[in-house]
Design a protein around this ligand. Structure first.
Ligand SMILES: [Zn+2]
Ligand SMILES: [Zn+2]
Length: 161
C-alpha cells in the first residue's frame, strides 16, 4: 500500500492513485496534506532540498510493500543537477514528485509518468535505456513527453522476478 501525502492546496490524489494502479498494479490511500518545511529552502540555489522535505513524510512502518509518496509544487534539486522532477529513496521506501517543472497542457500526463517512474524505483527498478520506457531518466520535459506511462517488458520482468 502506498500512502500519498500532498503539499497543502494540491489535489492530485486520484490521478496518482489511478496511475499507480493502472501501470504498476499498486494500491494507494490518501494520507492528507503537509506543509513544505522552511528549512528545506536553499537561499543560494533559490530551490528546495527534497531530502529535507522527505523527512516530513511519515516513514512507512508496515511491510516492505508499504511506501510513502509525496506530491509537491516547489522547485527541487540534487547535487550536480539544475533541477529534478522527483526522487526516490528505495531503502526508506519514500518518493517525491514535484509538479513545479511539469506545468503546461500535458501536466496530468507528465505527473502520471513521473509518479510511475519514482514508484518504479521504489519497486527496485533502475533507469532504463529505452527512451519510450517510463523508467528512462528525464532530463528535460521533452524526455518526459517522449516516454510512455508504462514500464517496458524488460523492466516488468525485473519487477516480477
Ligand atoms: Zn529516476
Ligand atoms: Zn524499461
Amino acid at each position: 500500500m502506498t500512502t500519498v501525502y500532498q503539499q497543502k492546496g494540491l489535489n492530485y490524489f486520484n490521478l496518482v492513485a489511478e496511475s499507480l494502479k493502472t501501470f504498476l498494479d499498486t494500491d494507494a490511500r490518501d494520507g492528507g496534506y503537509f506543509d513544505i518545511p522552511a528549512e528545506s529552502y536553499n537561499p543560494l540555489r533559490k530551490q528546495y532540498n527534497p531530502v529535507q522535505i522527505a523527512k516530513t513524510i511519515t516513514a512507512p512502518t508496515g511491510t516492505h510493500s508499504d511506501f510513502g509518496f509525496g506530491i509537491i509544487d516547489v522547485d527541487i534539486y540534487a547535487r550536480g543537477l539544475n533541477f529534478i522532477f522527483g526522487l526516490a529513496h528505495p531503502l526508506r521506501r519514500i518518493a517525491i514528485v514535484s509538479l513545479y517543472r511539469l506545468s503546461g497542457t500535458k501536466i496530468r500526463e507528465r505527473i502520471a509518468k513521473e509518479v510511475v517512474h519514482e514508484m518504479g524505483h521504489l519497486l527496485g527498478l533502475s533507469h532504463c535505456r529505452k527512451s519510450s520506457c517510463v523508467m528512462y531518466f528525464s532530463n528535460t520535459l521533452e524526455d518526459t513527453d517522449k516516454k510512455e506511462k508504462s514500464i517496458c517488458g524488460t523492466c516488468r520482468s525485473r519487477i516480477e522476478a
